[in-house]
Design a protein around this ligand. Structure first.
Ligand code: BGC
Length: 731
């Protein structure tokens, strides 16, 4: 097999067409010239460090590059820094194989967009795709080739801090965002200079963590895995994702870093995934702590046999596997296959032709934090803010206000606007709420700020209106930030109570990486805007919404529990044999709290009410191969322009396995001027009606289905359709 053919196997399966330029390297010939140590060096990923002047590599790393002991770097970026290291790899190693530079470019490189859960709240995958594209343009101009995003982990547990990195609780929403982000990062083709390898992570069931504790055990049935945890990875693969990162956790008793059944048999063999499989940070060494390996060597053998190509940071492959291969404990063919994959990816990026393609300081200067990028960040931030309640139409506030108090610990917290996971972001780039509100009101207005205590209360007392900014700071959510309670901090609750008691117009803005339990506040605060962490344009986007230049249009991608004891709480639950009922005692509910969420999935208000009308289906009886058209109207029944997020859900009324009471199938943003009516049209096909049968095979069964539409998962209209035919049909 020639080099071109070897490369095209991988490329085809990551959705990349083999480009002629790949002929520039003969991968098999290169492989044949490599020593075992050089091969294992390609599989080693070393980490960089960072100080005030930027990223740098630890002592000894340059010598390791020179010795062919490093194939890629984590967290090393910058056009000049990467050029220097690349030059060593290309000019000073025996084979001159270029390095790959990877980092966590999660929601922006320097232009930081809203955190991923906030982007999901936009219900606008195209905007997330555009954000990922901008992130890739900036990141590739700054030396990077590879991002560890999108995180496509599903979860129903907001105690888990990494909720902030995902797309929420719903599979349909998560799949649409997964594929959009992959497309955005990778662009049209990997050989383009601004294309970046995307990584779907963390495979798999990382969000199933027992007790919501990060890294903890996942014990998930085959059905739960297939229905819930796998689909976003499948969507990312279908979109051509170049790599997949392995999860830290164990699944059903086997740590993922040693899980051959799920990595090799499922990902590689059944799903035909031909891209890179990368460990998580020291994940291979952690097999020892998991208790499935006694030594580094055993851990390395387990990981390689399971199917992991790249060893992030452990350096076990490069240190311990040479002896293991020589002693016959592991077949060199496994090493060769992994090396072929990484060389093919390097070739697909065009690095053998131009190893310095991402190392141009002039391009870095030109592309980083462009004004147009900030415009996109502001637009997406506006779309991601969710108006939870607005009693008495407190919002929007008037721009004629002459005196406003902007108070609370988040009101001027620049760092927190970027969220917990923006390692390449710069806090100084962020516009705080205080600054954004000040800019919107202009010099004539008196904007007073205090972060808490008596000063905040005094400022509020003097002002005509109060904007109260509370919630979690950036370091209270994210990785390793699990919580047992989801209440606001006691001092914030006290501040809110005191300010609300003043009887002034108060807009409460809550920053957080996850749903919190805000029952008490919700009873007293008339207007609550959920802001997540909005990114560099936070303050401007907030002001746009607070003063009514734009109507809020974000929707919750996760249900908000009333109490931690309700977790897991999600809209697509099963009915059970005893569905919860107010009047029936022995039903699926609690004795000490309602069973319903405080705010349901999909909820979010605009500045005008929207009426849903005239739901009709193209047929009430349907052959299972025919498409079904669902039509309805939405009418802006208020006086302000809005953008409504219309949502279509489906229930399978009777099936051979139990089905959710409703499941999201389609959504769209519909702009509506005051009084305007628009007809919405969605088309469903066989796969929308499919379920996994008792053997987990996807089938469409005959029988009745209910279509439900509305502006949240508390849908408003419904209609029935019957799928005809005697037998189930495989899809
Ligand atoms: C996280 C990954 C991340 C990696 C590299 C790990 O702790 O789990 O999501 O990509 O670090 O920074």
């Amino acid at each position: 097999m020639g080099a071109g053919a070897g490369a095209s196997i991988v490329l085809a399966s990551v959705g990349v067409k083999a480009a002629p330029r790949l002929a520039g390297v003969d991968i098999d010939a290169l492989l044949a010239r490599m020593t075992l140590d050089e091969k294992l060096g390609q599989l080693a990923q070393a980490r960089g460090e960072k100080n005030d002047t930027g990223p740098f590599v630890p002592a000894g790393s340059e010598a390791d590059v020179r010795a062919g002991r490093i194939g890629s770097f984590l967290s090393v970026y910058g056009a000049e820094t990467t050029r220097r290291l690349q030059r060593i790899a290309v000019d000073e190693t025996r084979l001159g194989i270029p390095l790959l530079f990877a980092d966590d470019v999660i929601h922006g490189f320097r232009t930081i967009f809203p955190v991923p859960i906030a982007e999901a709240a936009s219900f606008d995958p195209a905007a997330a795709e555009a954000a990922a594209r901008i992130a890739a343009v900036e990141a590739t101009a700054n030396g990077l080739h590879w991002t560890y995003a999108p995180m496509v982990d599903m979860t129903r547990d907001p105690r888990w801090g990494r909720v902030v990195e995902g797309a929420g609780e719903d599979v349909e929403l998560a799949c649409r965002f997964a594929e959009a982000r992959v497309r955005g990062f990778q662009g049209r083709r990997l050989s383009d200079f601004d294309a970046m390898l995307a990584t779907a992570k963390h495979f798999v069931a990382y969000g199933d963590a027992e007790g919501g504790r990060d890294y903890d055990v996942a014990d998930a049935s085959a059905r739960r895995l297939a229905e819930y945890y796998y689909p976003p990875f499948q969507a990312a693969i279908a979109a051509g994702v170049a790599s997949i990162m392995v999860a830290f956790n164990e699944v059903n008793g086997v740590p993922m870093h040693a899980n051959r059944d799920l990595l090799h048999d499922l990902l590689r063999r059944d799903w035909h995934f031909g891209g890179l499989i990368v460990s998580d940070y020291t994940g291979i060494r952690e097999l020892i702590a998991h208790g499935v390996a006694a030594t580094d060597e055993e851990a390395g053998i387990l990981a390689l046999k399971a199917g992991i190509d790249i060893d992030m940071v452990s350096s076990i492959y490069v240190d311990a596997l040479p002896a293991a291969v020589r002693d016959g404990k592991v077949d060199v063919a496994l090493v060769d296959a992994a090396v072929r994959r990484i060389l093919s990816i390097k070739a697909a990026l065009g690095l053998f032709d131009d190893p310095y393609r991402n190392c141009d300081p002039a391009r870095a200067k030109r592309e980083t934090l462009r004004p147009a990028h900030r415009v996109a960040a502001r637009d997406l931030a506006r779309k991601s803010l969710v108006l939870l309640q607005n009693e008495g139409d407190v919002l929007p506030l008037s721009k004629m206000l002459r005196s406003v108090a902007v108070v609370g610990p988040l009101a001027d917290d620049r760092r927190s606007m970027l969220g917990p996971w923006a390692p390449t972001g710069v806090p100084g780039d962020a516009v705080t709420p205080l600054e954004g509100i000040g800019a919107a009101l202009g010099a004539g207005a008196h904007v007073v700020h205090a972060s808490g205590g008596e000063a905040a209360l005094a400022a509020a007392r003097e002002a005509d209106a109060v904007i109260l900014c509370i919630g979690e700071n950036w370091d209270e959510s994210g990785e390793a930030r699990s919580r047992v309670a989801l209440d606001l901090a006691p001092d914030q609750q006290a501040l809110a109570a005191a300010i609300l008691a003043l009887g002034k117009p108060v807009a409460t803005v809550i920053f957080a990486g996850r749903p919190l339990t805000i029952n008490a506040l919700a009873q007293h605060a008339p207007a609550i805007l959920w802001a997540w962490y909005p990114g560099v344009e936070a303050g401007h986007a907030l002001a746009d919404i607070l003063f009514g230049d734009v109507s809020p249009s974000g929707r919750l991608p996760m249900s908000f529990p009333r109490a931690v004891g309700q977790i897991p709480i999600h809209y697509d639950q099963r009915n059970t044999g005893r569905p919860a009922s107010e009047s029936e005692r022995n039903t699926a509910k609690y004795v000490d709290a309602p069973w319903t969420p405080l705010y349901p999935f999909g909820h979010g208000l605009g500045y005008s009410p929207v009426a849903y009308e005239a739901l009709e289906l193209s047929a009430t009886r349907l052959d299972r191969t025919d498409p079904l058209e669902v039509r309805f109207s939405v009418r802006n029944a208020g006086i302000r322009a809005v953008e409504e997020v219309v949502q279509l859900y489906l229930r399978d009324d009777v099936a051979t396995t139990t089905r959710p009471v409703k499941a999201l199938k389609r959504f769209a943003r519909v702009p509506l001027e005051p009084g305007e009516i628009k007809q919405v049209r969605f088309v469903l096909g066989a796969s929308d009606f499919a379920l996994l049968d008792r053997n987990l095979r996807p089938v469409v069964e005959p029988g009745g289905f209910t279509l439900l539409v509305g502006g949240s998962s508390k849908t408003e209209l419904e209609a029935k359709v019957t799928l005809e035919g005697a037998e189930e049909r495989a899809v």
